[in-house]
Write a protein that binds this ligand. Structure first.
Ligand code: ZN
Length: 240
């Protein structure tokens, strides 16, 4: 069974009654429940746990990590960011959610700012499948709508995705690359846009389906660890 660690900053749910009412078990609780319903072995980890809940043992026992952070990106310890980054390059899947676009981890893996436009107006978002051949698109139909979400708009300062699966339209006129696949080392990374803390987005069945599909995609088998550096020849070198 695929082992998923659902990481959450878990500050705003404890500080705001409005957000706690939307996510009484925390955003991580809602995401983990959705993944368990989809048949995954999901555990949670949060910022205020020792080592942010991301010890070497936890990471070694994690096939795919999901990441939600917003207000406390700068409080994530650089050594732990580096530990997680290396584990991704070594083959752990990573699903970066919503405001995780500004996390130290995502920016380190992308090499760009992760900047974008945003607006909190509770507007309608329609998410379009632009790559129906991709496994993350399974069961989504051509598009689905979220009645109320924060807007994120282009340009999104990331490298061109290795595969672009989803694009969002917003009521106010902006568009956004909402479902982006990136390959880094042996690791597969998926950025998925929706999930503002004041909306019940992580209970929405299609959003849960995207996250489950993305975990399945990111957990696929992969090749052996490569070796680098100076090499002895594998075959006799000819010549005289
Ligand atoms: Zn947000």
């Amino acid at each position: 069974m695929t082992r998923v660690t659902v990481w959450n900053e878990y500050r705003q749910e404890r500080e705001s009654a409005e957000i706690a009412a939307v996510y009484p078990q925390g955003i991580h609780g809602a995401i983990a429940d959705g993944l368990r319903d989809a048949g995954f072995d999901a555990r949670t980890a949060t910022l205020d746990e020792p080592e942010h809940g991301l010890t070497d043992d936890v990471l070694a026992a994690t096939d795919v990590l999901t990441w939600w952070g917003h207000a406390a990106h700068d409080q994530v310890d650089d050594a732990i960011v580096e530990r997680v980054r290396r584990r991704v390059l070594d083959g752990m899947g990573l699903i970066v959610l919503h405001s995780g676009h500004h996390s130290k981890l995502f920016r380190a893996l992308m090499g760009t700012s992760g900047d974008l436009k945003w607006r909190e107006a509770g507007e309608r978002e329609r998410i379009w499948v632009v790559d129906p051949s991709h496994p993350i698109a399974d069961g989504l139909g051509e598009s689905f709508a979220l009645e109320q979400e924060e807007m994120y708009g282009e340009p999104f300062d990331v490298p061109a995705p290795d595969r672009l699966v989803l694009v969002s339209w917003f009521q106010g006129g902006e568009v956004f690359r909402s479902g982006c696949c990136f390959l880094r080392g042996r690791g597969r990374i998926f950025y998925f846009r929706p999930g503002h803390e004041t909306h019940p987005t992580y209970f929405q069945p299609m959003v849960r389906r995207v996250i489950a599909n993305a975990v399945r995609w990111a957990a696929q088998p992969r090749g052996d660890r490569p070796t680098f550096g100076n090499q002895q020849p594998l075959e006799p070198l000819g010549g005289g």
